[in-house]
Ligand binder design. Structure first.
Ligand code: TYD
Ligand code: MG
Length: 473
């Protein structure tokens, strides 16, 4: 007689275990395993089914046929994206000139910390899509329909250029039951379906609580299927928590076409939307917003810190490229007395490895003694600076803080710092120079190279770290 196999399924993540344990080894949920009947026949069937299909037993009138790429070319040309008219968002969603925005039938996931402004951004986008004539169903699982209306009204009040919501094909629904939501979507037939947030949505026939991994996966898979089958664009909003909680949007990244993150420092007004995955565009782009009392306001190009006449030790400015945009970023550094061998190095908005490297270069090539100094460095305004072109600014900020000297007013710098203490060229110099000129900077420290002159901006070539430090006074 064959040995009877037992299997225990986790109620939260549906993983199968061969014995009962108090805590699911896969998702860490306590007391979630329950015994389920093990049916070896069902497994065998699926294998048989596949083999039969390959052998040609399956009636092939129902199965989809592969299409020739050449035949599909026309279809790709006629695909019209759904623009919001909010350039900062459209650009991140992707597309080419004149045809940017959300792809019909695609699934987008937007993740961010609670309270960062995801619902606000989605409501702005919903109003914009609706104003453009696309039907929108905004489903909120956290707010009542009245609260959404109130918020929409407030956002509209701050934006006098927009037409009133009265004529919009924008439907709002407060529900968490997926079956009812899909039924509503079927009735209304919107072009865009927004779910805020996916964590609270549940399918009653799935034996797991709302927010659990199983519910999240099943609901998201169903919604993605809805998008592909019906051509409605589905936008899912998901929270991420600081500790990277399991049931967060990370779990859904592979399911959807586009993953956007919405972040920024909650204590600063700036918010950044960027794509971490995009099947229909680049992930290089980023959109900038400012949170105001009347909602999010897109930050136009050239909205960085303008040049001022005050010189501050420990501060340097660098034009940084993100996607197609150039942003002026201020880097600040502070050095303080620390303990030899236990000096603190803290980076905020900067790459900590880059900070360690710049400190080593300063010690080796400029003779600074930093071994017993605590060093704090940050990029101001919540913009993360990852580009090596910001090295020179970071270096000058640290050296300036150490010597209590500053760069002359109206000075910005761009350049990568090499391990040999040399300043290396960086890409897209013209764009950086243009941005600096627009913001009123009169002087730019640049790596060696040939640069076309720009009226009002003087170029200073710096070849080495030593050379750069001579500009501090
Ligand atoms: P919200 O969009 O609700 O965040 P999320 O959906 O990501 O949890 O908004 C978060 C914060 O934004 C809220 O705490 C207050 C602020 N806010 C404003 O400053 N102005 C506004 O007009 C709105 C709507 C929100
Ligand atoms: Mg919200």
């Amino acid at each position: 007689m064959p040995k009877v196999r037992r299997v225990f399924l986790c109620r939260s993540c549906r993983s199968a275990q061969s014995r009962w344990v108090g805590k699911c080894p896969d998702c860490g949920t306590w007391d979630a395993l329950e015994e389920a009947p093990f049916d070896p026949a069902s497994e065998d069937d699926t294998h048989k089914g596949l083999a039969a299909a390959i052998a040609g037993d399956v009636p092939d009138a129902t199965s989809p046929r592969a299409a020739l790429l050449a035949d599909l070319r026309g279809e790709a040309d006629t695909l019209r994206r759904l623009p919001t008219g909010i350039h900062e968002l459209d650009r991140v969603l992707g597309g080419s000139a004149g045809n940017v925005g959300l792809v019909p039938g695609s699934a987008v996931l937007i993740g961010g910390e609670p309270g960062i402004g995801k619902s606000t951004l989605m409501l702005h986008a919903a109003c914009a899509w609706a104003a453009g004539g696309a039907g929108v169903l905004y489903v909120s699982s956290e707010e009542s329909a009245k609260q959404i209306a109130l918020r929409a009204q407030r956002l509209q009040a701050g934006d006098a250029a927009r037409p009133s919501t009265a004529a919009f094909p924008l439907h709002v629904l407060a529900d968490t039951n997926l079956a009812r939501i899909i039924e509503q979507a079927r009735r209304i037939g919107p072009k865009v379906l927004i779910l805020d947030s996916i964590q609270m949505i549940y399918k009653p026939d799935v034996p797991a609580g709302p927010g659990s991994v199983t519910q999240l996966r099943r609901c998201a898979a169903e919604l993605v299927y809805l998008a592909k089958a019906s051509g409605v664009a589905v936008v899912l909003v998901g929270h991420v928590t600081k500790d990277g909680q399991l049931a967060g949007p990370r779990l859904l990244e592979h399911l959807v076409d586009t993953v956007l993150t919405f972040d920024g420092d909650r204590h600063h007004a700036h918010r950044i939307v960027r794509a971490v995955k995009n099947r229909f565009g680049t992930t290089q782009e980023l959109g900038l917003f400012e949170m105001t009392s009347s909602g999010l306001r897109p930050l136009p190009e050239g909205a960085g810190p303008a040049a001022t006449d005050t010189a501050r030790p420990g501060s340097a400015l660098a034009p940084i490229i993100s996607g197609t945009r150039c942003l002026m970023v201020e880097v600040q550094a502070l050095t303080a007395t620390g303990f030899l061998g236990a000096a603190k190095r803290k980076a905020s908005g900067l790459d900590p490895n880059r900070l360690a490297m710049i400190i080593a270069v300063l010690e080796q090539h400029a003779g600074l003694r930093l071994a017993d100094r605590d060093i704090f460095a940050s990029s101001v305004g919540g913009v993360r600076m990852v580009e090596p072109a910001g090295d020179l600014a970071l270096l000058l900020a640290i050296a300036g803080a150490h010597y209590k000297r500053s760069l002359p007013p109206r000075t910005a710098c761009a350049g990568e710092v090499g391990l040999g203490g040399e300043v290396r060229p960086v890409p897209a110099i013209e764009q950086r120079v243009r941005e600096a000129a627009r913001l009123g900077y009169a002087r730019l420290l640049l790596p060696p190279g040939k640069y076309a002159p720009v009226p009002g901006v003087a170029f200073e070539i710096v070849r080495t770290v030593d050379h750069a430090l001579q500009h501090l006074s």
